[in-house]
Design a protein around this ligand. Structure first.
Ligand code: HEM
Ligand code: HEM
Ligand SMILES: [Fe+2]
Length: 474
């Protein structure tokens, strides 16, 4: 284990973002397990924490911590790629605290005040933006997100402008700007339900199947450059290929959400054809990761980060590509729309692509931020175990939800007469819902292991002189 420090002192602001993100991640999972339990014990915590509130907390925490993870990753990556200090580390730190406090107040608002009261108290009558899944935030929070995003983009863009411009940093910037600009559609909320839904998907779909893929591609490329030492020329070519496929398929692929919401019929074709091609960029990411690792010029000492990077490319393909494809064709979606199949896909895709890429960045950067190139082998072993425990537990949850979804379609959606009612069907799915909880508890255990690995020092024989020195620096 050798000692290393960050190349640019200002990269260390990312540490704050990574710690914040991991804390909120724990909160997200605790609420996930609460939700899972409420599925089988209907009145659990009622009326203190109803299902709809817990769900909102679960999904909003997910989005907020992923954004924090992206920002932390950018603050780490951009100075290194641009070969210059961050434009303003003070601004980056200030925005972190603003974001954290605004996020915490919003979550407290959800938990302590009835949603309608919160809406009335925060100006929703004046400008209605609340009440849509993932975008439930009160108006002041949404405005706060815009301010934080603008400050963040100003900071990283100025850094790139004054420094070296690489393909990785430019693609990352495009993704981050796209993320912020598309969020503006969350302020457009017409009373016409069809148009409302359409603008909602402009945020949700064009995020995860558009601009976030650019962020994902750039972060994977950065991780692979650093851990494999393969030439940038090769890595850049893959990156361009991936983002081109992502945009060509993902933009018109939005049509897979327009089948049954009142938009013109041609979307059945456009949505089916283009979204059926959306797995291509995700598959390309898998090939990319394996290819680069095979061609590696060095064995990086941080094998845990390599595992998370390759794992992300594989699980992202399974969750987004495969589980997305199974319900994306219009004649299939006619039956599966809004069933547990959707939830299975939503979980595996978010975990595989975005949760895992943020963890991969944290696993790579955090040891360096703490003054060593990689964690001691004992800590890395625990980290790798946590990878398997989290990923297998997620697999259990997703298979349970897929089973539930298939049975739900069979009982409730397929029969032309004598279909089972929604609630009677849900009663038949109990077994799967219990298995989902088991998976969720396993997932939390994996996450705790991951956090624990940060506190594990070298074992007695690993703790040679250099290792002890590096620990002191940390
Ligand atoms: C990492 C990328 C992706 C993420 C994070 C993601 C996440 C999600 C989530 C959370 C939903 C549920 C939205 C809701 O609340 O209604 C959803 C719906 C959907 N996704 Fe994805 N997705 C991704 C990629 C894909 C891809 C590549 C495809 C197609 C190949 C796809 C096909 C679909 C379809 C068809 C629906 C609608 C399901 C329904 O009708 O109920 N997704 N996705
Ligand atoms: C990294 C881990 C997780 C991610 C990325 C995640 C993501 C999500 C997303 C995107 C949704 C909205 C899905 C949709 O509309 O289809 C959701 C809802 C939900 N999640 Fe999670 N989640 C995670 C962990 C968990 C865990 C551990 C549990 C419980 C054991 C859980 C239980 C639920 C439940 C019950 C819902 C509500 C589904 C419904 O409305 O019927 N989640 N989660
Ligand atoms: Fe989509």
């Amino acid at each position: 284990m050798t000692t290393t420090t960050v190349k640019y002192a200002s990269q260390s602001v990312s540490r704050l973002y990574f710690i914040g993100a991991l804390c909120l991640f724990v909160g997200q999972i605790v609420f996930g397990i609460t939700l899972g339990l409420q599925y089988v014990i209907g009145d659990l915590f009622f009326p203190a924490i109803p299902f709809n509130i817990a769900r909102m907390v679960h999904t909003n925490l997910l989005i907020v911590w992923l954004l924090m993870g992206f920002m932390g990753s950018a603050y780490y990556l951009i100075p290194e790629e641009s070969e210059t200090e961050l434009h303003s580390p003070v601004l980056a730190k200030a925005l972190f605290w603003i974001f954290l406090v605004a996020g915490a107040l919003t979550i407290l608002g959800y938990l302590l005040v009835p949603y309608a009261t919160l809406a009335a108290a925060t100006g929703n009558d004046f400008w209605a933006t609340m009440g849509r899944e993932f975008l439930e935030q009160p108006l002041p929070t949404k405005l706060g997100i815009v301010v934080v995003a603008l400050g963040f983009l100003f900071n990283v863009s100025m850094t790139v402008l004054k420094g070296r411009k690489t393909a990785i940093s430019l693609v990352l910037l495009m993704g981050l700007w796209g993320l912020a600009l598309l969020f503006l559609f969350s302020f457009v909320n017409p009373s016409n339900l069809v148009r409302d839904k359409m603008y909602w998907w402009f945020v949700v779909h064009l995020w995860v199947e558009g601009v976030w893929e650019l962020i994902l591609g750039a972060l994977l490329a950065f991780l692979l450059v650093k851990t494999t030492g393969v030439d940038r020329e090769v890595i850049d070519k893959w990156l361009y290929l991936i983002i081109t496929f992502a945009l060509v398929t993902g933009i018109l692929g939005t049509g897979h959400h327009f089948y049954f919401i009142g938009l013109p019929g041609y979307w059945q074709w456009v949505g089916s054809v283009f979204s059926a091609l959306e797995p291509i960029p995700f598959f390309a990411m898998t090939l990319f990761a394996f290819n680069m690792v095979q061609r590696r010029r060095r064995d990086h000492p941080n094998q845990a980060a390599v595992l998370w990077t390759v794992g992300c490319a594989v699980m992202g393909f399974l969750g987004a590509g495969l589980w997305g494809f199974i319900h994306t064709l219009s004649p299939v979606n006619y039956y599966t729309h809004g069933t547990q199949v959707t939830a299975a896909h939503g979980h595996l895709a978010f975990y595989g692509a975005y949760v895992m890429v943020v963890i991969a960045m944290i696993s790579y950067a955090m040891p360096i931020l703490r003054g060593r190139e990689a964690n001691p082998p004992r800590a890395q072993a625990i980290e790798m175990w946590s990878f398997w425990v989290m990923s297998i537990s997620m697999g259990v949850m997703v298979l349970a939800l897929t089973g539930a979804g298939v049975l739900q379609v069979w009982l409730q959606r397929m029969p032309t007469d004598g279909a089972m009612s929604f609630m009677a069907t849900q009663d038949q799915l109990r077994f799967f819902y219990w298995v989902r909880i088991a998976g969720g508890v396993g997932f939390l255990a994996g996450l705790v292991m991951y956090l624990w690995s940060f506190f594990v020092g070298p074992s007695a024989d690993e703790a040679g002189v250099p290792a002890a020195a590096s620990l002191q620096r940390a």
